[in-house]
Ligand binder design. Structure first.
Ligand code: NDP
Ligand code: MG
Length: 382
């Protein structure tokens, strides 16, 4: 039996994690979880999974929750609450599926406790990749990727030698606006941007997919997870999301990971690793039905956010922290109807341009740069 804590239980990855646990009650037990404000779903999950501890966004919501639930458990709140869940002594694995860089400190706290990290929260690696990976190495903790591309690469690298790998090839579906030119992006609505062709995900990552920042964050995530130079990471457009990513080796062989677009596959793999389990509800890949797979070159002029990410990653220091925090602030403003879609990238560019990168930043410097970058972006929004 593996004991599991989940951050972001009510989200897209969180709810699919619970589906995986539900399908394998003999393998997995939930000991604790956090969510933000979705009390209704949170209560349902508490009554079904009977955790020992839970955490919500605010003190008021914690009080409301205590009045509502029949199951007896400890109720925490806020960032302290996330740390309580992350360090739950009863769990072996932390599934980090919270949205944003708020996931960083709980990840570090769980690593310090020696827990395996099933990481969906890519912002953690973008904002402080060197600290997270060093800490995990020192504590001999595994970080198992939940992001489908990284889970794919992780599986392609199984049994291979790092020295024989020549490059990583990340695939990108192209997001909601893949068939539009830049001129067609003027005035697009939040609703249009949230309509992803292949995946059903939380709103922030769906917008990140439309701007291609998601792929940019994933490039930085891959750099840290697989200790790979940015020049050895390639992004290829692949509309069908059937090949989840690939690895090219020095002899020219390319190993790819294929499957239907279903996040339960990488979630379950991170939980069951090093074993595989049945995924009863999952649809099987039928290549004959699909017939043709398409690939295209990634246009960095059409998708400047991907260029920003490569540049920020190569600059290193606190520059990826700025990239991530400015993006979080800009996407939030877009989702709240305060800015236009194309302003997301211009705000990020301005935040990057005004920043003087700090090398080998401490956690405190990262925290400060994160806050300052969000403030900077907000100050530009009227
Ligand atoms: P969602 O927006 O669907 O879910 C986010 C979860 O985090 C919810 O449970 C939400 O609670 C909670 N949350 C948000 N903000 C806070 C906060 N300030 N304090 C406490 N809890 C909070 O996101 P996704 O599941 O789509 O994504 C989660 C992470 O996984 C992201 O980093 C994303 O990039 C990554 N990821 C997601 C994929 C997907 O398919 N969805 C694929 C690959 C990676 P509530 O709703 O109750 O307020
Ligand atoms: Mg992904």
């Amino acid at each position: 039996m593996k004991y599991i804590s989940v951050l972001g239980a009510t989200g897209s990855i969180g709810t699919q994690t619970f589906e995986v646990v539900r399908a394998h009650p003999e393998q997995f037990k939930i000991t604790s979880f956090s969510f933000g404000t979705n009390i209704q779903l949170g209560v349902e999950l508490i009554e079904e999974f009977h955790p020992d501890r839970v955490s919500v966004a605010t003190k008021e919501l914690a009080e409301e929750l205590k009045r509502t639930i029949n199951h007896t458990c400890l109720v925490y709140y806020g960032e302290e609450g996330l740390l309580e869940i992350a360090t739950d002594a009863a769990s072996d694995i932390l599934v980090n599926a919270v949205m944003g860089s708020i996931g960083l400190e709980p990840t570090l706290a769980a690593i310090d406790k020696g827990k395996t990290i099933a990481l969906a929260n890519k912002e953690t690696l973008v904002t402080a990749g060197h600290i997270v990976t060093d800490r995990a190495k020192n504590k001999k903790v595994d970080i198992l990727p939940v992001d489908s591309e990284h889970s794919a690469i992780y599986q392609c690298l199984k049994g291979e030698k790092k020295s024989e790998m020549s490059k990583l090839i990340l695939t990108a579906s192209g997001g909601s606006f893949r068939d539009r030119t830049r001129a067609d992006l003027q005035g697009v609505t939040v609703e249009e941007a949230l309509n992803h062709p292949n995946w059903s995900m939380g709103s922030k990552i769906t917008i990140d997919s439309a701007t291609m920042m998601n792929k940019g964050l994933e490039v930085i995530e891959a750099h840290w997870l697989f200790d790979t130079e940015y020049d050895d990471i390639e992004v290829v457009l692949h509309r069908e999301s059937v090949i989840h990513s690939m690895v090219e080796f020095i002899d020219g062989s390319v190993i790819a990971h294929l499957g239907t677009p279903d996040m339960k596959v990488p979630i379950q793999y991170a939980l069951s690793h090093p074993n595989r389990l049945e995924l009863p509800s999952g649809k099987r890949l039928n290549l004959v039905d699909i017939g043709t797979l398409h690939f295209g070159k990634m246009d960095l002029e059409r998708f400047p956010c991907l260029r920003f990410a490569f540049e920020a990653g190569k600059t290193g220091g606190t520059t990826p922290t700025v990239l991530n925090a400015a993006n979080e602030a800009a996407v939030e403003a877009f989702l709240n109807g305060r800015i236009e879609f194309l302003e997301i990238e211009s705000l990020i560019e301005k935040a990057l341009n005004q920043h003087v990168s700090i090398n080998e930043p401490s956690l405190e410097e990262i925290r400060d740069v994160d806050v300052a970058s969000r403030r900077f972006v907000q100050s530009l929004i009227v």
